[in-house]
Design a protein around this ligand. Structure first.
Ligand code: FES
Length: 80
């Protein structure tokens, strides 16, 4: 599965790269790299909800300080 993190300008300003780093770290810590990867993506059409993260065909609004929680509650459940 892939977590797509928007790096369009609105999302970039709100911390896309921090979120990518947080997800990469969590994937490594949880040894999920065979099942899960993070990719940067262009505008996901949800700029008001920046930072936009697309996972399993849904677009979510994630902030650097909610990225951990998002990973635990949304991503982990689907991947594990
Ligand atoms: S810039 Fe991220 S959704 Fe548009």
């Amino acid at each position: 599965m892939v977590i797509n993190v928007c790096i369009g300008s609105a999302c970039h300003l709100k911390g896309s790269y921090d979120i990518i780093k947080i997800f990469e770290k969590l994937i490594e810590e949880n040894k999920l790299s065979e099942k899960l990867s993070v990719k940067a993506s262009f505008c996901l059409g949800n700029c008001v909800g920046a930072v936009s993260v697309k996972f399993d065909d849904k677009v979510y609004s994630v902030q650097p300080d909610t990225a951990n929680e998002f990973f635990e509650s949304v991503v982990r459940e689907k991947v594990c």
